[in-house]
Design a protein around this ligand. Sequence first.
Ligand code: NAD
Length: 262
Amino acid sequence: MSERLDGKVAVVTGAGSGIGKAIAEHLARAGATVAVTDLDLKSADEVARRIVAAGGQASGLAMDVTDEAAVDRGIDEVVAKHGSVDVLVSNAGIQIVNPIVAFSFADWKKLLAVHLDGAFLTTRAALRHMYADNRGGVVIYIGSVHSHLASPLKSGYVTAKHGLLGLARVLAKEGAAHGVRSHVVCPGFVRTPLVDKQIPEQARELGISEEEVVSKVMLGDTVDGEFATVDEIARTALFLAAFPGAAFTGQSFMVSHGWYMH
Ligand code: NAD
């Protein structure tokens, strides 16, 4: 592996499952010490345990990204334990599908809280250390193709994922003087628990079969009819985390098998 992160400390949120788990594993294989954080401590600890068993360095931590005090405390704990925070991957996410007219306000607020409050709170907590230590750093947001385009039933998710582009662009401008850069990685559909849950839900809402949800709604606009993989997303995150300098700061990167090109 050419990209190396030896001596760096990375925090990955929502890393107990799916894309976050794969990112944590890739960053650890590249030499980073990884704080594997998740709402669910058991899954975070399990991912960290496997990384350590494979010869890497990691610790598990319970951190609800919507909880201001828990995030501030969690990031401080990582710095106290591992010495710094050099890479933040803001990945934790949820999905709730419903037409706007039937979308509950509670679900709307929940979606924005996990994706946007979570990105803001973890960024702010990490920046306090990145700026104070004058080490600089990299913040990677896991956006989505839905950071750039819309689908029916996903008002809260699409709004939140578009919002991440704004936060990343402001951070690119504010962070530059401190050696901090930002990126948004935008996956197409990746077969994780978050997507598996949506298939029957979308079939019901759209009145089509589950096979059609996969072949038409999820993969219909790709060039090859293939899901993106957690490995592809993790390799992109590692490339960006390890790339020297600010050449790509503020930009988003599509990993969508040609679904969306920009
Ligand atoms: P996943 O459900 O497998 O994993 C999400 C993780 O986030 C879970 O471990 C969950 O416990 C954690 N989480 C949820 N709420 C949290 C909170 N408040 N605080 C901390 N952790 C919390 O989902 P995934 O598919 O791996 O999704 C990861 C990210 O990738 C999300 O931001 C998602 O929107 C994004 N994404 C996924 C796809 C896809 O097709 N799977 C596509 C584009 C973007």
